[in-house]
Design a protein around this ligand. Structure first.
Ligand code: AMP
Length: 136
């Protein structure tokens, strides 16, 4: 995997506003936050995304996400939190080093969730569910 921007941030070659660090994880403020306090949580052993990440690294990442989300909610007096991860360019991933966005949310802050479209039929939903289960 090509060396990423986030690896350079972890090594301190590019400056960041560090929030948290342990043996497995580095977390820092997003340079272009959705709301103030928007934090990125990144594994030190790089992987591109969720699909290629070592599950044990992922577990460490999730523990850190919870620690950071709790602190961030208190510090920003947020009403809620969005946890987000963009997997692949089609999903909006721009930096190809796995990262979770921890985003403080406020009542009436104006950011909207995507709008879903219900399945055309129960049969269609069952077919989709079956196709996924076949791959487990
Ligand atoms: P994604 O689209 O999920 O790959 O998100 C990449 C995120 O990295 C964006 O929200 C950017 O604002 C953020 N970002 C890019 N460069 C930096 C940087 N130097 N320091 C902090 N955040 C950054």
């Amino acid at each position: 995997m090509e060396e990423s921007l986030f690896t350079k941030i972890i090594r301190g070659e590019i400056p960041s506003n560090k929030i948290y660090e342990n043996d497995h994880v580095y977390a820092f403020l997003d340079i272009n936050p959705v709301n103030k306090g928007h934090t990125l949580v990144v594994p030190k052993v790089p992987c591109v995304g969720l699909l290629d990440c070592d599950p044990e690294v992922l577990a460490e990442l999730m523990k850190a996400v919870q620690i950071i989300a709790r602190a961030l909610k208190e510090a920003t007096h947020a009403d809620g939190i969005n946890l987000m991860q963009n997997e692949g360019a089609a999903a909006g991933q721009k930096v190809f080093h796995l990262h979770f966005h921890v985003i403080p949310r406020f009542e009436g802050d104006g950011f909207e969730h995507w709008h879903g479209t219900p399945y055309a039929s129960e049969e269609e939903a069952e077919q989709v569910a079956e196709a996924i289960k076949q791959k487990l």
